[in-house]
Design a protein around this ligand. Sequence first.
Ligand code: UD1
Length: 422
Amino acid sequence: MEVLRVTGGRRLVGEVSLAGAKNSVLKLMAATLLAPGTSTITNVPDILDVEIMAELMRRLGCDVHHDRDGGLVRIDVPEQPDHRADYDLVRRMRASICVLGPLVTRVRAADVALPGGDNIGSRGLDMHVDGLRRMGADVTSEHGYLLAQASDRLQGAHTWLDFPSVGATETILMAAVLAQGETVIDNAAREPEIVDICQMLLAMGACIEGVGTSTLTIEGVERLDPVEHATVPDRIVAGTWAVAAAMTQGDVFIRGGHADHLAMPLEKLVTAGASIDEEPGGFRVRMDGRPQAVDIVTLPYPGFPTDLQPQFIAMNAIAEGAALVTENLFEARFRFVQELARLGADVRTDGHHALVRGRARLSAAPVEATDIRAGAGLVLAGLVAEGETTVYGVSHIDRGYAGFIPKLQGLGAGIVRMDQPD
Ligand code: UD1
């Protein structure tokens, strides 16, 4: 087991480059199941979740070549893939559920272990199931597995999502591209990762209208072709670097960053006192002086992303003034503030709300990351705390941030990875 040792007090200065988005690449890999033959995905981040997904694809009968250094995954999908996603993989990575839609539409069967709750709260699957049932799939749950079957080709259907769920939009979209007739997804998610998968599906021969809007109309086709597709850059990692630059009063150029995918968080950073400049190939974040506290309300895209909420709480913890942070997506995401409090942060939570009163200084302590973004938030807090902070639970950070530690070192941060002390 390893830990991170973070020495606070250094400004981050320099340039950092982004890889593809975790929340896109896993779904792109699942989407290759829709076409027999060899698909290639590039701009793949070197993170643990990609390894887990590669293993899942192998168990489904695919031949997977993963070039970690080259940022490339090549997947050879057989004519008849297997259809079981076992609990040992799903429990390690909840996103494994993304094979459900492609399998049920292509193989007419999917047995996918139920992921259960995770560290950011219980996350339902009712909208995924409802969408597939509307298309004619028979979906039941037994012995901890979701069992989906279709006696015939799925039929296009009209679905209204109660909430623009990213996962449910992807499941229904991937099922619909090979269904018979027209599917309409109303109140669909509009995240850049949804646009990314739509673009890949279009290149495979799918018919989709309304890409990037909240109504997706899909006309099913009989067969899709393999494809080569580059993963969209990771806007959450970009946002994490942006907050890190602002918190440490630094100056960082984020190469590959799309400022337009981060309109709301960057606007908040400007309110906090940062300057953001779009430059060829990315954007730069600069900050002089202590940040001002900024209120945050998480919402589906283009609202403020829940995946940047912990990082902004960390910034507010050292800001001038007080901020109210409202979390509307994942109820348990505030668990991490107990760890932040160990560094001296003044945060009070009540249901969906957290009141953060900024402190002039945080003081280093051992803390534990409980999920990917909480881990990022704690590292950022460690970068500005006085003394040496030890961050436990590093595997969470490795799941989402490719080369995080060397990149932080490259910007001048005092951070090392080491064996966990006894
Ligand atoms: C994805 C991202 C995650 C991000 C989230 C919101 C991946 C691997 N993960 O998660 O990092 O924080 O989008 O941007 O891409 N819900 C239901 N029933 C359903 C589906 C969802 O109640 O059938 C609820 C969930 O419990 C949650 C909310 O809807 O409260 C949002 O979930 P969703 O948008 O589906 O997020 P994920 O796809 O799980």
